[in-house]
Design a protein around this ligand. Structure first.
Ligand code: GLV
Length: 341
C-alpha cells in the first residue's frame, strides 16, 4: 500500500504531481485556512502531513495522527508546530529554508524603501487628487546612504538583507542568536564590546560574507540603528523582544521593519511608541494576532502594512511546496529528510 499524506491546502500542481508519484494524498481545502476539525479528521491514518504556518500542529493533532512519521511545514518558520511532542513521538518536522531567502529579503527591502521614501503615502496622495504640481518639499523622505541598518538575527535571511544593504551604501550592524539570548548577561555584552575594539582577523565582528557587517550587542543595535530589521524565529526567548524598553532605546528617527513573526514585537508597545513619536515609522508584514492588525496602525501614514507576503513569489512558493513534498517522500521512503528542523 502506498503511504497516505494529508495536505492541508491545495499546493502548486508540480508539487502535487511529484507527491502523487509516490504517495496517495488528500487535500484539506482549496484555499484559506483549514478548519481545526478538518485537520484532525485529515491526519487520522495519515503517514505524512504537509502543513502551512496557519495550521496549528499541537499535541492533539500529533496524537490523533498516530501514524504520522513526518510533518512537513511549507514555511521556514515552524512555531505553529509542537516540535517537542513530535520529537517525543519520533515524528520528523521539516521546514523550507533557503528557497524563500531571496524573496523574503527582497520584500524586506521593499518595506524599507516604502517607509523611508513614503511610497504608499505618496501613491495615496496622488490617487486622492492631491498632486496639483511639483513642489520642492513635497513628501520628503529619509535617505539611506551612510545610515546604519541593524539586523536582528543573522541567519540566511538576515545575511541576504545585509548583502542588499551594500547596494544602498548603508553600514550594517547585527546581533546573532547568542547576542539575543544573552542580551541581559553583562559578561556576554562585555566580551562582545571588547571584541569590537580588536582589529584582528579573528575578530568575528569585522567581516562576514565579505560584508563589513559589525556584530554588536542588542542594546548597541537598538541605540545605533536608523533602520532595524527583524530576522529571528519566534520562540520563548524572542517573544516581545521589541518591547517598550527596546523602543525607548531606539532613535526617534529610526524605522522598524518586521518580516519575521508578529509576536516578536509587542504590538501595543509599538503602537504607543509610534503615537508618541518615539519612532519614525514601521514596515510590517506580520502581526501579533494575525490576521488581526492593531486598529491604530491602520490610520498611521508612516506605517506600511502588508498581509504576510514575505515569501509570496510564484517561484518561492513553488519551490517551498516542492521541498516539503521531497521531505515527505524521503521520510516515507525510509530515508532522512532534506531539511529537518
Ligand atoms: C513565512 O512566514 C515562513 O515562515 O515561511
Amino acid at each position: 500500500m502506498r503511504p497516505q499524506v494529508f495536505v492541508t491546502r491545495q499546493l502548486p500542481v508540480p508539487a502535487l504531481q511529484r507527491l502523487g508519484q509516490v504517495c496517495e494524498y488528500r487535500i484539506g481545502t482549496d484555499r484559506g485556512v483549514l478548519e481545526r476539525e478538518k485537520l484532525l479528521a485529515g491526519v487520522q491514518g495519515a503517514h505524512g502531513l504537509i502543513s502551512l504556518l496557519t495550521d496549528t500542529v499541537d499535541r492533539e493533532v500529533l496524537e490523533v495522527g498516530a501514524k504520522l512519521r513526518i510533518v512537513a511545514n511549507v514555511a521556514v518558520g515552524y512555531n505553529n508546530i509542537d516540535v517537542a511532542t513530535a520529537k517525543e513521538r519520533h515524528v520528523y518536522v521539516t521546514n523550507t529554508p533557503e528557497v524563500l531567502t531571496d524573496a523574503t529579503a527582497d520584500l524586506t527591502w521593499a518595506l524599507i524603501l516604502s517607509v523611508t521614501r513614503r511610497i504608499v503615502e505618496s501613491d495615496a496622495f496622488l490617487r486622492a487628487g492631491k498632486f496639483d504640481g511639483w513642489d520642492f518639499d513635497m513628501l520628503l523622505g529619509s535617505g539611506l546612504t551612510g545610515k546604519t541598518l541593524g539586523i536582528i538575527g543573522y541567519g540566511r535571511i538576515g545575511r541576504a538583507v545585509a548583502r542588499r544593504a551594500a547596494g544602498f551604501g548603508m553600514n550594517v550592524i547585527y546581533c546573532g542568536r547568542d547576542d539575543i539570548a544573552y542580551r541581559d548577561d553583562p559578561q556576554h555584552n562585555a566580551l562582545m564590546m571588547a571584541r569590537q575594539n580588536v582589529t584582528s582577523p579573528l575578530n568575528q565582528s569585522a567581516r562576514i560574507d565579505g560584508l563589513s557587517a559589525r556584530r554588536v550587542t542588542f542594546n548597541q543595535l537598538l541605540e545605533r540603528s536608523d533602520v532595524i530589521s527583524l530576522h529571528i524565529p519566534l520562540a520563548a526567548a524572542t517573544q516581545h523582544l521589541l518591547n517598550q524598553e527596546a523602543f525607548a532605546r531606539m532613535k526617534r528617527t529610526a524605522y522598524l521593519i518586521n518580516t519575521a513573526r508578529g509576536p516578536v514585537v509587542d504590538e501595543a508597545a509599538l503602537v504607543e511608541a509610534l503615537q508618541q513619536g518615539r519612532l519614525a515609522g514601521a514596515g510590517l508584514d506580520v502581526y501579533e494576532r494575525e490576521p488581526e492588525v492593531s486598529a491604530p496602525l491602520l490610520t498611521m501614514p508612516n506605517v506600511v502594512l502588508l498581509p504576510h507576503i514575505g515569501s509570496a513569489t510564484l517561484e518561492a512558493r513553488t519551490a517551498m511546496a516542492m521541498l516539503a513534498v521531497e521531505n515527505v517522500i524521503e521520510v516515507l521512503s525510509g530515508r532522512s529528510p532534506r531539511t529537518p528542523v
